[in-house]
Design a protein around this ligand. Sequence first.
Ligand SMILES: Cc1ncc(COP(=O)(O)O)c(C=O)c1O
Length: 396
Amino acid sequence: MLTREHAVALDAADPLAHWRDEFVISDQALVYLDGSSLGMMPRRTVARLQHVMQEEWANGLIRSWVHWLDLSQRVGDRLATLIGARPGEVVVHDSTTINLYQLVDAACALRPDRRVIAIDPADFPTDRYVVDGIASARGLQVRDDFDRLDDVAVMVRSVVDYRTAAVTDVAGETARAEAAGAIALWDLSHAAGVLAIDLTAAGVQLAVGCTYKYLNGGPGSPAFSFVAGDLQLTLPQPIWGWFAQTDQFEMGGTFAPQPDIRRVLLGTPSILALAAAEEGIAIAIDAGIDSIESKARAITGFALELCDELGLASSTPRHPAGRGGHVAVQHPSARRLVDELAERNVIADFRTPDIVRVGCSPLTTRFTDVFDGLTALHALVHPSKGCSTSPGSGVW
Ligand SMILES: Cc1ncc(COP(=O)(O)O)c(C=O)c1O
């Protein structure tokens, strides 16, 4: 039987435990199991934003653009180290939705003879809406499975399923798409900063993802675009903005995009948001993505073991390498349960139709948080069983 003492011992042995002190945590009693939606705020972000606001904005004013202008690329190069990309293959800018739109549309333009975009109907809504919108505008067909790819222009997929946390075989599926003449485009939103992704080894050409989950970049922090080096010169990106323009400040009359990753940039980025994203990314780099992934596997494994003991159903894969950083607990009253957990100072996510999503963010989530959260959930699901299941209790 797993006890709270077991969780305490796991926290004591956790080599990443001290990273939690690097975050601003105003309520130590809060059981926060939602870093898979919004990561906590790093202390260094507060200091960085104060610096950007006072020194760079208030004092430097327009002069600061000298070192702000390439910030999307500099932050992209740092993020590249977390996802197995090479320098010059990632830029941090705009939102996942916008970046996805650009790259899906560009991929369609690269395969003008193909009439199909493939996407899982259970994938994240914005991905499906973007695909539907592009298909409608281009007169293409949307296919809701990946069985047949020989007539597919682009296959849009998430590395980690936002509901179940199931991980897709990125290298295998990218190779299968390539062999069929299709382009694979990956959404890394639930993978970046929690799994040691290697886009180069997997042969990926196009990817996007957000920075506000496991990368702790802050609410609405800018997303990223990854374009493999060999595709950058010819990528037919649909949005022609001046931040992609060669000799940007010549204000030329004709769009002539940069011959590198900058060609996917659009307009003026939010420097405050980019600076915050950089600090979140830096903290993951400093902690080490391999260690982060190891803890993700251990803590989600602990959560699953606990679910089994508590009789909570989960659709999250059992194999450690087969899941991301969250655990899906299934219950028909999931929506109500998430609300009731919040009343008990336990924050998790509801995902339709029946999932309580328990986010385990390796730098901030403790094994004791998982224990307290799941035992609180168990107490709500089985109030009659009489377990001493409130957060902080000794055993469930
Ligand atoms: C897989 C996936 N894609 C995209 C998004 C959101 O896109 P955006 O950052 O543009 O709101 C999310 C948000 O949770 C997501 O999980």
